[in-house]
Design a protein around this ligand. Sequence first.
Ligand code: EPZ
Length: 418
Amino acid sequence: MEKIIINGGRPLSGKTELQGSKNSALPILAAAAAVGGVSVIHNCPKLTDVEAAIKILEHIGCKTKREGHTVIVDSSCAERFDIPERLMREMRSSIVFLGALLARFGAGTVSAPGGCEIGLRPIDLHLSSFAAMGVDITERSGILECKAPSGINGCQISLAFPSVGATENIMLAAVSAKGETVITNAAREPEIVDLAEFLNKCGACVSGAGQSIVRIRGVKKLSGAEHRIISDRIVASTIMACCASAGGKVAVSGAITEHLAPIIPVFEAAGCKITAQGGELITEAPKRISRIKSLRTMPYPGFPTDSQAIVMAMLSKADGTSVISEKIFENRFRHVPELIKMGADIRVEDGCVAVVEGVKKLHGARVSACDLRGGCALAVAALGAEDKTVIDNIYHIDRGCEAPEARLSELGADIKRA
Ligand code: EPZ
C-alpha cells in the first residue's frame, strides 16, 4: 500500500495552482449522462473518485475521453440504466447518478450505496423525494429498482435537512420532468450553483440555485454543453491549514474567495493574515496560531464539515484550548487518535465535540488515514511536526486531492510518496 513520508518543521513558501472541485465534478459528470449529447468538462481534477464516475458513465454506454484536465463525455449512445454494485461501491456519492438515470431513461437500478468511514450516509431524503415525483422504488437485498411508469412529475419537495446530494439528485431527476419541481430547504453549497449552471447551459430551466428555494421547470430537449468546473474550496482550505501548521506564506491561484467566506474568518481568528489579490489567495501564518474558542460545522454558508479535520490539525499546536463541534456527520473524528499519536492533546465528548488543548510541539509518528479529509489532516499536522511522519492508507487522500505530494513540494515541503 502506498504511503506518504513527510519531514516536518520547515515553513512553507511559494505558490500552487488550486485543483477543480471534486464535489462539483461528480454531479456534473452525472448530469452529462442525463442530458444526452457531447459535453466538454474543463478543470476536472484527476482523482480516483472522478475516475470511478467516468467508469460508471462508460458502463451505461457513454463514450469518454480525458485530455489533461478536460473530460469529454458523449452520452448520445447511453442505453443502460443499471449501475452494478462493484461500481457503486467504489464511490459512495455515486447515488447522484440515480437522478441522472431517471431523467434520461425514466428508470434506474443501483445498489444502495451504504455507509462509509464518516457515517451511515442514509439516502432517505433522496428516495422519498423521488417517490414524490412518481418514481416506484423497490428494494431487494440492497438493490434499488426505480421505475416511473407514468413519467417523472415535478412537485413541491421540502427537505428535512439541506442535503447536498439530495438537492443535486432532485435537480437531476427534475430537469426533464413534467411540470415544475420546487425544492424548499435546498442545500446552498457552491457546487449546487455550479451544477445548475451546467444544466442550464444544456437547456434546462433551473433557478434559485445557491438559495434555499430552487425551482426546476422540466423541459423536453436537453443537449451537451461545455463547462469549466469551479475550483475546490475544501482543498484551498487544506493548503491554508498546511501553511498555518508549518508556518510561512503561501499563495493559491484559482481560489474563489467568495466560496471561502465561511473559512477565511476562522483562519484570521487563528492569527493568519489572508489576502486576496489578482486571483491569488495568500495565507501568511503567525509564529504560533491562536486557539478558536468554539467552531461548529454547518451547512453552507456555515463552516464546512469537510474542513473540520484540517482545522483541528492546525489547532493542535495553537496557543490555548479550542472546542470543535461536528454537527453534520456522526463519525468524523477518526483522525483524532492519529493526531494524538503525534502528540496532540484532544478529547472527544459525546462523539461530536472535540476539545483541543494546544501543545507547543507535535512529533512525527507512523499514522493511518481513515478517510479523505482525516487523511489530509494528518498531512497538515505532519508538516508542522518535528522529524518524520509516515501516513499509511493514502488511497483515501487520492480520492479527493490531486497529486498532494507534488502540490506540497511546490510549496517547499519535504514530502514523498513511497
Ligand atoms: C456532500 O455529501 C459531500 N460529498 C460531502 O463531502 C460533504 O461533507 C457533504 O455534502 C456536506 O457538505 C459530495 O458532494 C460528493 P449531505 P452528501 O447529504 O451529499 C444526512 C468530502 O469529503 N442525510 O449534505 O452525502 C447525512 O447523514 C465529502 O468531499 C440524511 O439524513 O452530504 C448527513 O448527516 C464527505 N438523509 C447530512 O444529511 C439523506 O437522504 C449531510 O449530508 C441524505 C443526507
